[in-house]
Structures are given as structure tokens and as C-alpha cells.
Design a protein around this ligand. Sequence first.
Ligand code: DON
Length: 319
Amino acid sequence: HDVAQRASTGALPGRDDVESLVLAAHDRERDLRDGEVADYIPELATADPSLFGVAVVEVDGGTHDAGDSRHRFTIQSISKAFVYALVCAALGHEEVLERVGVNNTGLPFNSVIAVELNEGHPMNPMVNAGALATTALAPGGDPETKWAFIVDGLSAFAGRPLEVDGLVYASESATNQRNKAIARLLESYGRIEGNPLNVVDVYTRQCALLVDAHDLAVMGATLADGGVNPVTGERVVPADVCRDTLAVLAATGLYERSGEWLFEIGLPGKSGVSGGIVTVSPGKAGIGTFSPPLDPAGNSVRGQRATAFLSRSLGLNVF
Ligand code: DON
């Protein structure tokens, strides 16, 4: 560790210090070339591996941006965290706990075996099985009502109207046989309601919503701020929902690497295969990073390193 580790004090350093550390986090990882861009969704393989953005939004609304923090990409699995929060707000703690679960599978995000090993239980909302089960619980009797609930809610987290990337949506829709199989498997266990293929379609659309690293930082800051978006001032979800969502992210947000992430960074976070990571420092700030090359579990390599630097140098580790 080549920077002094700041102790977690309950307060962020001053604005100017945060600004220079965000710039430093970008600068020190900019030339790293490790990791592979995801290609199982064909359209994602076209991403430029050199893109790299870092953003921090403080709960008092202060913002800090470095590099390509305004380059848009599809949110992918990071949507799972925010859809989960919205569904928890709509259905309540007990029902979502029973239907979706909170335990890590220790297996890859698109594992079918994990469902089989657990008598059809989807296990947690951050793996694909649990995310499909969560999207199925979104209020509304038809797919369009569920979609409106999700896109409006995610837009409120971001503080601007989010839109779908049509190319990525079409590309994933043509190649998501595995998610369709997982949804059918959940159906066979009575763990998903309604038409499973409609649920997969809404889930695929939610994953294709376009965001940038700055948006992720605002969304994370909303969870850090007890559910109030610090930029728009809108209450998006109740405070107890933030607590539940952050606990699930700490346990499962980086899949089978969640333990290593918590050990090194000490904060709840969520990754996506297009290269985004959102990290939440409760009561302090949200961090958004974007860099497409991934580790074998599907987590952005530079994003993890930049976030680790910020956690240490800003004193964010909650432990
Ligand atoms: O369902 C999928 O496979 C993608 N739409 C999302 C996966 C993802 O982002 C995994 N994260 N690292």
C-alpha cells in the first residue's frame, strides 16, 4: 500500500482532498491492461478496453469525476441491486427474504447447478436466478407495468430518465438461452410467477439501460443517504430498504469474489459484465467506476483497484 491508510472517522475528508484522490485513483490505474472484455453477449465485445471512468458523489451532493466518467454503457447486473431495493420497498422485508433469499451461492452468477443444489431456491437477488425471481415480483400484472415500475425507479435513483440501448438489448435477447433455462427451472420449482419468458424479457431490458460512472455514483449515494437522492432531493426508497440492500450487496455483490472484495475494500458493492461497479459508503458517498476488462468472476479489474484505493485513502472501510 503506497498511500497512507486513512482511518474511518465517520466523516469524509474535505472536498479538495476528495477531488484530488478521485483524480489519483484514475491516474494510478489508467495504464493497467489486465482482464478480458465480456463477449458472451456479442454486442458487449465491441467495448473499448481503454475506457476508464471514476466518480464519487457525496451524500451532501458534492460530485467528483475523473476520466471517462460520462461515457455511457449498459448497467447489466448492477441493475439487480436497485431493482431489489425497489421490490423490497413494494413487498417488504419478510416476503422478499422468503422468496429470493440472501445467501451467497459461491458459484458463478449464471449457475444452474446453484438452483439445483438448493431445491430450486434462487438463493440471492444478485445472481441471475435471484434477479429473475426479483424482477418477477415487481408490482404489476403484465410485463409493461413491471417495466414501467423498474425504469421509473432506476431513473429516480439516477436522477435522470434512463433509456435502453437497443443494440445490446437485441444482442442479449438473441443469446440469453441460459437465462431462459434458469427462469424455466425456477418455474418448475414454483419459484417464479407469471410467464417466465416475459420475466426474462423485462430483466434483459433492465440490464440494457444506459448509465455512466457518474450515474452509478449518484445511484450509490442514494443508498448511502438512506434512500434520498442527494442531487434531486427525491426520496426513492425507505431507509430500512437501504440497510437490507446493502447487507445483501456486502454478502453477494461481487459473486464468488464477495469475500475478497469485503476483505480488501470493506464496503457493499455491485459489479456488472459491461465493466461498471457501484460501491456504497453508508452515510458518506457513492462510488461509480467503469472499465470493461473483467476478472474471471465478471468484475472490472481497474474498477476494483480504483475502488480499493479510494476506500483506503478516504477511510471508507466500515469495519
Ligand atoms: O444476465 C446476464 O448475463 C447479463 N444481463 C448480466 C450479467 C452481469 O452483469 C454479471 N456481472 N458481472
